[in-house]
Design a protein around this ligand. Structure first.
Ligand code: FES
Length: 152
């Protein structure tokens, strides 16, 4: 099971069970478990005496926190203006169909999470795709399957 409360207890001990350390505790849980499982958040709520709703408020406020399991690899498709005019929407549609997942989702086998971003500051490389922080510029649908094979 992904929710190992022993791990959560270790993290709580590291932070001295301090309510003020909530964000750091959430970061550590996510770093160890790859997301924030509900069971872990319930445990935090009890141990830190913080209402569960308050914990969810923090967890949903920061985009870096995930309440659902993430894939082993994260694919980001840039939809910024420069990439958009060079066909990034077509790349995204192709990926959604190939991986059978919509942007914002994770494949059933937890291999890939598919995200969209707005400009990664490398517009000359558009359309731009990033997998686990590796940039793939001038992307085309023809190259997609070959690139994804490296991550399967
Ligand atoms: S618009 Fe895609 S990198 Fe700038």
């Amino acid at each position: 099971m992904l929710t190992d409360l022993g791990t959560v207890n270790e993290i709580l001990e590291k932070h001295g069970y301090q309510r003020a350390s909530l964000i750091g505790i959430l970061q550590d849980i996510q770093s160890r478990m790859n997301y924030l499982p509900r069971k872990a958040l319930l445990h935090l709520s009890r141990c830190l005496d913080i209402p569960l709703a308050e914990i969810y408020e923090v967890a949903t406020f920061y985009k870096a926190f995930h309440l659902e399991p993430k894939g082993r690899h994260t694919i980001q498709v840039c939809l910024g203006t420069a990439c958009h005019v060079r066909g990034s929407r077509r790349i995204l549609s192709y990926l959604e169909s190939l991986l059978e997942v919509k942007a914002g989702g994770t494949t059933k086998d937890l291999s890939f999470s598919l995200e969209t971003v707005n400009c990664l500051g490398a517009c000359a490389l558009g359309p731009l795709l990033v997998i686990d922080r590796k940039y793939y510029g001038k992307m085309s649908t023809n190259r997609m399957e070959e690139i994804l094979k490296k991550y399967r």
